[in-house]
Design a protein around this ligand. Sequence first.
Ligand SMILES: CC/C=C\CCC/C=C/C(=O)SCCNC(=O)CCNC(=O)[C@H](O)C(C)(C)COP(=O)(O)OP(=O)(O)OC[C@H]1O[C@@H](n2cnc3c(N)ncnc32)[C@H](O)[C@@H]1OP(=O)(O)O
Length: 263
Amino acid sequence: MATLLKHSAKYALSGRLARLGVHSRHGGLQCLQPRLLPHQRSASTSSKILVEMDDSTGIAVLTMKNPPVNSLSLDFLTEFSISLEKLELDRGCRGVILTSALPKIFSAGLDIMEMYGKSPEHCGEFWKAVQEMWLRLYGSSMITIAAINGSSPAGGCLMALACDYRIMAENPKYSIGLNETQLGIVAPFWFKDTLVNTVGNRAAELSLQLGLLYSAPDALRTGLVDLLVPEDKVLSTASQTMTQWLAIPGENAIGSNPRVSSS
Ligand SMILES: CC/C=C\CCC/C=C/C(=O)SCCNC(=O)CCNC(=O)[C@H](O)C(C)(C)COP(=O)(O)OP(=O)(O)OC[C@H]1O[C@@H](n2cnc3c(N)ncnc32)[C@H](O)[C@@H]1OP(=O)(O)O
């Protein structure tokens, strides 16, 4: 199922990219992004996303800045997917660190204002944007690391789960989890499967049925996150970890991932 999910994500994206007339880095095809000389840094910003690319390392930091809580609105999700697509098409970019510019919050999850009192067309558009975000992250051919510097309930947790590795601030006040059940809604199957792939069946059952939000230490114990570090070290640790992953020869860090490889 894990392999199937990842392959579905990649397939859906490759179809979309093909329709745009462009190709992925691994397809050996054209790169549409302007190339910077080595050691150059570039920054691009939309109103809700800041992307800082370091061409000397191939590492981009994608910072969410959608106050007050980085809720995933249609506008935010659209900007997010466009930013990630640009990085995906940039052959110089090999790793993306996802983090938040807001104090105490990584992301509050789906914007609840997008889900009530809206037309069916708007809801369809919104839900498509949520799926697109997940497809782009989970199906990415770059290494993705979530630098979780605050609370991250529901859809915010999904974003983190869709990354290859999760580093969280060790502040016990911060919580993370798929708590949809507590909100009276059921997490879609692909939220569930992404959680199962990370923490295993039994932990996912308990987590989803009870709608658990885990403190940072409990999230580490459950396997929801991979590492806790002091709050002021989250981003630097993510950069160091990314450097280690990118030092693995060839593209084996991606190729050896059971989400990608069936062998
Ligand atoms: C079609 C869809 C079908 C099914 C979907 C199934 C999957 C659903 C996934 C989801 O992600 S649903 C959303 C779940 N998210 C939450 O429940 C988070 C709720 N928020 C919080 O727990 C807290 O706000 C917090 C993120 C921990 C931050 O707490 P803090 O005390 O720092 O801030 P405060 O609560 O005062 O909020 C500030 C401000 O932000 C607004 N807010 C909070 N969360 C959201 C949100 N998810 N969407 C939109 N707006 C949000 C909150 O109302 C406050 O606004 P105000 O200042 O105007 O009152």
